[in-house]
Design a protein around this ligand. Structure first.
Ligand code: ADP
Length: 267
């Protein structure tokens, strides 16, 4: 059985630069197995953080990218058919609960509400997962913890978590790191010089100020890392920024001009 869960163990330390006291807070939350909600814009380090914490706590990590087509069975499990007949296959949530992993449900808000509710009995003191089709009430392993990510900018009336779901979690706020920290991250992840990393971060800061004024989302740390990775491949900085920073976030010609101008200011 251990080989099922061993594939989810993280053996080398995922690089993570702490932003505030999130590492200590998470450790305390894990020690009481509090379900956690990591809140913040896309590409700001939530996934990397949970990978780092799973490594630090020496727990396997099972990550599920949620989407609107995902059903409760995709999480919990289903009967499958092969030459020998039908057999039960645990879904990722059931594997995590059975063997004691951290289960990270990324962008949970994308999942339909009838899917989201399957996590409820795992998030209160019952810590159980009913496998209804199989007729099993799975009691979660002592090491099991559930973590979800949530981008507050994305919610709308149609797509938001129910209060009854939200209130089952402790919340940690994430945001793009401040200038020096983000520059260090970009330099570390890509191999560009600190000087170039700082310029990339400065462009992102300009773009983030335009959020809500024509841009839905700012330029994320992830996008800066894409730009830096192109620059280390000897792509001209203007072209790298156009491809990795400007084109993906807007189709509006005026906004593109404004962002291209920011790139020219720094490079
Ligand atoms: P999210 O899950 O919030 O969408 P990610 O965790 O995938 O974002 O972050 C995108 C990338 O940014 C990561 O792969 C990592 O390279 C980098 N990153 C962001 N914040 C940090 C941080 N604090 N320490 C180290 N790397 C970071």
């Amino acid at each position: 059985m251990s080989e099922i869960i061993d594939q989810y163990r993280i053996t080398t330390e995922p690089y993570y630069l702490p932003i505030a006291d999130e590492v200590e807070l998470y450790e305390a939350a894990y020690s009481v197995r509090m379900p956690m909600m990591l809140k913040g814009p896309t590409g700001c380090g939530k996934t990397r953080f949970v990978e780092h914490m799973a490594w630090k706590l020496k727990k396997p990590l099972i990550t599920v990218a949620c989407n609107e087509d995902m059903t409760a069975s995709d999480l919990v499990g289903r009967f499958l058919l092969d030459a020998k007949g039908t057999y039960w296959q645990d879904g990722p949530l059931a594997i995590a609960a059975r063997y004691g992993a951290i289960c990270y449900l990324d962008e949970i808000v994308e999942a339909r509400q009838d899917t989201t509710v399957v996590i409820h009995p795992l998030t209160d003191n019952r810590r159980v997962l009913p496998l209804e089709k199989k007729g099993e009430l799975l009691h979660a392993h002592a090491d099991f913890q559930i973590v979800i990510s949530y981008n507050p900018g994305y919610q709308s009336l149609m797509k938001d978590l129910k209060q009854s779901t939200k209130q089952r979690f402790g919340g940690l706020d994430f945001n793009y790191p401040e200038h020096d920290t983000e520059s260090e991250i970009v330099a570390h992840e890509t191999g560009v010089s600190l000087d170039i990393a700082e310029k990339l971060v400065s462009i992102a800061e300009r773009a983030r100020n335009l959020k809500g004024h024509g841009l839905d989302e700012g330029i994320s740390t992830r996008m800066l890392i894409y730009a830096g990775s192109l620059i280390v491949k000897n792509i001209d900085a203007h072209a790298a920024c156009r491809v990795a920073l400007v084109r993906p976030i807007t189709d509006d010609p005026d906004m593109r001009d404004a962002l291209d101008a920011a790139v020219t200011t720094f490079f």
